[in-house]
Design a protein around this ligand. Structure first.
Ligand code: GLN
Length: 547
């Protein structure tokens, strides 16, 4: 049976609970333990799949096709453990399960209540797969005191009670604000936050205190005394240059030791921090920098493109260069020349996206990169835009477009080079969708294989002819246009194993122009940069030398 660490937050949101959980996971692995991380989100959406990126940041997709919170991306990037559908749950999903059971008559006519029915549903979820790992790390979204979070807090309280003593601990993140006028760190908000937790029956074992200033010993003692935790379980979390310093920084502050002490694991196995030392070294010893533009439409909220940014950082680490990412709003040059906005960048990345807004700008970005031989990486929508650009400007199909935009406009305006896929094969199963299906979870989601063309750029980059990558899209490039596009030099260098779905395109006479229908950014890690991102940054370095 696994030991459980429940991670909660207080005082303010955005304290970096996800990062602290992920870093703790990495540190426990460094000490030889196996881990799984889980996110419990109090919002009422069944999953974040239908939420706007402006609301929720990026949607992280798992191998098994779940649309989850971006914190699962942190978990994977730090631990390398592929997240699963069962690692993310929201109030919406919990309630919809409970209501489905109620309709089925599973509760035998009982009155359905938050306690015990909703809390039991949450507890059942916590048990899934617990036999597979030494530690299960469960992060509760939001902050203590939020109305919708209460059933989750109640569930974890009960859960820790149901199990033998010493198998569950609670770690609480808070903020120590700094008052410049008096030059003091204030502990009162932390005390209040812990009181709030205690009032619902949870006594934290470990406090992680975010602070912009060093926490004096005296304040640490005070927090320990007033919050009823041991002094060495008051762990400081300072601002870092890079999130990838977090495992080393938390280790230095004694987080992993405090966790092992709280579980009475003694003697504690010695940590092997080799990979994190190497990561640290790659962040801090760089030789040169490259400027890469991400041309998208959710550019005001960087979290909307979280994994793209991280994967580019990993690509930089692979090449020991600093990657400067600039966010360029594609909509701005929807109806004007893109060149003034894109000149000077060493490479261009067009990420995934939904809807027509900004797509003309993205098509122009692809054209600019193709003509000027600037490295171009088109991901999902970014690949579809590159294909439309090729069809319009090279093949001469002036009306080439996507059914997605026709669907939005409610009329047919384009020749659908990119069309709505309604039937495809996953493994041995045939999957079917209708145009009017509801929007949640109806895309081609999760991990699929692709077969690469021997001798193609991508086959060389991957060093393999079969790959497995994650998908999240409703539309596909129509193979009926492949021949005409290949004739002008756009090579379909990756296809689904049945040859029906284009997975990768590349311009053969271009230094680096690759479009992929999948999301490689989701699988990149600081200690194992994704080969496409590593090679894209290498190409950007080369292009920077030509400037
Ligand atoms: N909107 C496009 C589709 O559904 C692309 C999706 C994406 O970029 N993730 O096919």
């Amino acid at each position: 049976m696994a030991r459980f660490v429940f991670i909660t937050g207080g005082v303010v949101s955005s304290l970096g609970k996800g990062l602290a959980s992920a870093a703790l996971g990495a540190l426990l692995q460094a000490r030889g333990f196996s881990v799984r991380l889980r996110k419990l989100d109090p919002y009422l959406n069944v999953d974040p799949g239908t939420m706007s990126p402006f609301e929720h940041g990026e949607v992280f997709v798992t191998d098994d096709g779940a649309e989850t919170d971006l914190d699962l991306g942190h978990y994977e990037r730090f631990t390398g453990v592929p997240a699963r559908n069962t690692d993310s749950i929201s109030s919406g999903r919990v309630y919809s399960n409970v209501l489905e059971k109620e309709r089925r008559g599973d509760y035998l006519g009982k009155t359905i209540q938050v306690v015990p029915h909703v809390t039991n549903e949450i507890k059942d979820f916590l048990h899934i797969g617990e036999d597979e790992v030494d530690f299960m790390l469960c992060e509760i979204g939001g902050t203590v005191g939020d109305i919708e979070g209460l059933p989750f807090f109640e569930a974890i309280r009960q859960f820790s009670h149901d199990r033998p003593r010493g198998e569950c601990i609670f770690m609480h993140l808070t903020l120590l604000p700094y008052l410049a006028a008096s030059g003091e760190l204030k502990t009162k908000p932390t005390q209040h936050s812990v009181k709030e937790l205690q009032s619902i029956g949870i006594a934290p074992d470990i406090l992680v205190c975010r602070s912009e200033h060093p926490i004096p010993d005296k304040e640490r003692e005070k927090i320990a005394l007033f919050c009823n935790v041991r002094k060495d379980s008051v762990v400081a979390a300072y601002d870092l240059k890079s999130i990838y310093e977090a495992p080393l920084a938390y280790h230095k502050q004694g987080l992993d030791q405090a966790v092992l002490d709280a579980f009475n694991i003694s003697p504690a196995p010695k940590p092997d921090l080799q990979i994190w030392n190497d990561v640290y070294d790659r962040i801090h010893t760089t030789d040169g920098e490259v400027n890469i533009a991400i041309v998208g439409k959710y550019t005001q909220l960087e979290d909307a493109y979280k994994s793209f940014k991280e994967a580019l950082t990993h690509g930089g680490m692979a090449n020991r260069v600093k990657v400067n990412v600039s966010w360029v709003d594609a909509e701005v040059f929807d109806s004007e020349d893109a060149a003034p906005y894109l000149e000077g960048f060493h490479a261009i990345l067009v990420p995934g996206g939904f809807g027509e807004r900004g797509t003309e700008g993205k098509i122009k970005a692809a054209e600019y990169a193709r003509i000027n031989k600037i490295p171009y990486f088109g991901i999902c929508l970014g690949m579809q835009m590159a294909v439309i650009e090729a069809a319009r400007n090279v093949v001469g199909m002036v009306n080439a477009g996507s059914e997605e935009f026709d669907f939005e406009a409610g009329k047919k305006r384009f020749e659908p080079v990119v069309y709505h896929l309604q039937e495809w094969v996953q493994g041995n199963a045939k999957i079917m969708r209708k145009a009017d299906d509801n929007k949640g979870g109806t895309m081609r989601l999760g991990s699929y294989n692709a077969t690469l063309t021997p001798g193609s750029k991508v086959a060389n980059i991957y060093g393999s002819l079969t790959i497995e990558e994650r998908h999240r899209h409703r539309y596909e490039v129509d193979t009926k246009y492949c021949a005409r596009l290949e004739e002008v030099g756009l090579c379909f260098s990756g296809m689904s194993p049945d040859g029906k779905l284009p997975e990768i395109v590349e311009w053969t006479d271009h230094p680096w122009f690759i479009g992929v229908q999948f999301h490689p950014e989701l699988k990149s890690k600081p200690f194992a940069p994704h080969p496409l991102f590593a090679d894209f940054v290498r190409a950007a370095v080369e292009s920077s030398r030509l400037v």
